[in-house]
Write a protein that binds this ligand. Sequence first.
Ligand code: PLP
Length: 377
Amino acid sequence: MKHPKIWLSSPHMGGREQDFVNKAFENNWVAPLGENVDGFESDLETFLGGNVHVAALSSGTAALHLALVLLGVKTGDEVICQSFTFSASANPILYQGATPVFIDSEKDSWNMCPTALRHCIIDRLSNGIKPKAIIVVHLYGMPADMDAIMAVAQEFDIKVIEDAAEALGSRYKDRACGSIGDFGVLSFNGNKIITTSGGGALVCKTPELKQKTIFLSNQSRDPAPHYQHSEIGYNYRMSNICAGIGRGQMEVLNTRVLKRRENFEIYKTELGACPGLKLQEEPSGYFSNRWLSCIVIDAEIFGRDREQIRLKFEEQNIDSRPLWKPLHLQPIFAPYSSYITGVSGHLFNHGLCLPSGSNLEISDLKTVIETIKNKYN
Ligand SMILES: *Cc1c(COP(=O)(O)O)cnc(C)c1O
């Protein structure tokens, strides 16, 4: 192979992460609490605009689960979830014994369609069921149409969980993604825009909800000298070592966003004019962190389909991935109700995520672009 593997999105350290981790070792704070956990939470609160309260957790999935617990979701409840997403957005609904109901996407943002959402809620209400929560996702870092989603949620008085696992650094009409809904979910898994190796956070609107999140994440220990519990607890708190990595990563988050946006601009310049290829546009007022750059291939015009291009990438040691398979088409979720526009099914069949890491060289991007352009070789 001529070049080392070109990854979709690999960890990219800023340089100071190890200083924070070393300090934790020196002080023996090798535990799920300490200066780095507090410091990382405070960095995130500032970054998100200052009027939020952030609890650092072991994963984004844990944050989604605790948001549902805090909203009182339990057996028999219905929770509405965007269909075009990673399975982790919906799995915690089933952890709670609740029933997911899936909403398809709209064309502009590729995220939850507000019209289908409204239609769904009216339909559920006519069956005598009021959904308990709405999980909306900013997929690939592109914000969902939050004004329209929040308006529908408020009309029917239903709480909104914003899954911003892929969207740290994205903004919707100048508000940070993750800070707009009743709760926001962040992920710092290894392939996200910044990483703590594994980790997540729940963004809360009050200090009380943050404290309650920390309580639940720490096995719900009542204040007593012995171990006493009046509620079910979870082991979901972030470790002080991971949080040290997070503090170092926060110092470079803005430059990571700029580099990913630059990747997208290079792909757009080089591929945007190719007949049969489309890139994801940014609607006006939206600011995407461009976590992953995606293309949609019209095989009849382009002459090659998504799968042919993906296999060609594989041959060239280039990592790429079809867009998320919608949850309403996943075997595990197929039995549940869904409100379909057809948008996510089309994107899944024809879309491909291109290498998008902030540590890619210009030569890597050129290799990707040439591989697509030399489609018949
Ligand atoms: C990564 C991701 C999650 C889960 O985050 P983890 O930290 O991996 O548990 C949830 N939702 C979406 C959309 C994601 O991309």
